[in-house]
Design a protein around this ligand. Sequence first.
Ligand code: ZN
Length: 466
Amino acid sequence: MTALADAVAAVAAGQGAARAELEALVRIPSISADPNRREDVRASAEATADLLRAHGLESVRLAGVEGSQPYVIGEWMHAPADAPTVLLYAHHDVQPPGVVDNWESDPFEPAERAGRLYGRGSCDDKAGGVAHAHAVSAWLTTSGALPCNVRVLIEGEEEIGSPTLLAFLEAHRDELRSDVLVLADAGNWKVGVPGLTYSLRGLAAADIELRALDGPVHSGMAGGAVPDPVAGLARVLASLVDERGDVAVDGIWDDVRPPTEAERTPIAGLDDDPARFAREIGVRPGVELAGDPATTLHERLWFRPSLTVIGLDAHPIKGSSNQVIARAGARVSLRLVPDQDPERVLAQLRAHVERHVPWGLELRFRALEGAPAWQTDPTGPAFDAARRALRAGFGVDAVMMGVGGSIPFVGPFADAFGGIPALLLGPSDPHSRIHGENESLHLGDWHSLMTSEVHLLAELATQRTI
Ligand SMILES: [Zn+2]
């Protein structure tokens, strides 16, 4: 057997261990957005570091800068001098569970159903970190060496928009220097068909609070004269989208360039059947898809901005009484496309909201995270290597795809090292419900991903100029 075949066999033999390691990580609720979970994020970083060490990575340690949640870094740098250095990225923090009652099983107690492993982080992105570890150890335990140099970086605050990333890159530039970036935080086109992601939308978010009163007042005594801040907020929020659900923030389309012919071309399997897309993602029967019907589905998902109200503060229904409450708030999140500047979008949003606040309600507008979109040209030797590796791992060709989500890390990191290629693959598929309730990982595709990574290290090693 060749060294490559031995490594592929080792990945297959390691599936049981990988599964157990992933389950142990899922049991740690490493929610970076929750200040009460800082200890859990740290515990998750430590467990991740132990995992990397156990799989043969060297100089493994927790790292960070002022105010950051712990990153985990490690490396194996003993390849021949002319071999490239590959940076393997994943993140160990997770999203909050959402509405726990909507989960069919405990979000932090992994459970298998029909070939999928359910649990928060089972897919996004603890599966990515474990996949990297197994691809590395598959080579080390069989050949005693990797075909190229490897650095590993497992971030602890991706799900809150990587707020300290630039400072972290600055402080650890030499330890992270690499020739190609491999991110296992994206996903597959569909179950059994790998994807290579070349476009990500950006992100901008803000809190909008409207206040009418010093404190709540009896609605029988004051209703009809005192304005209801909840109704006022509803008017503002309604003004942010048009009748089709497209973003209607004043001026926001000025910087959106029309998609190219290639971007507009329908993609078989997605646009051919919007009904299937709706079904797969769990849209209720009879609910219409949002967005301009003249655009294809993937255009709407990848190449057009969108707006979502991700949080709402008013009085909960439970325990409510006949009062006009003092204030109401909403957190609004926008997905951005190339050429949109997050700062400018937030300024446009603020100006729009200021113009639409009714009845002189007091407005508090707080801009939150922002990250630009990212797009790359998926050609060249690194992308060729990735296509060959994914074909070897999955048995079918990869689909070049966009993703409507954001990975703020990609652009700044690739730029920091002179525009190195970024290969975005990963464990998710359209059924994974990452960030939602009942997140899950397809275990068969996860194995194929690890196998692809084993091939990818060999493929990249043959590229002297990437
Ligand atoms: Zn992720």
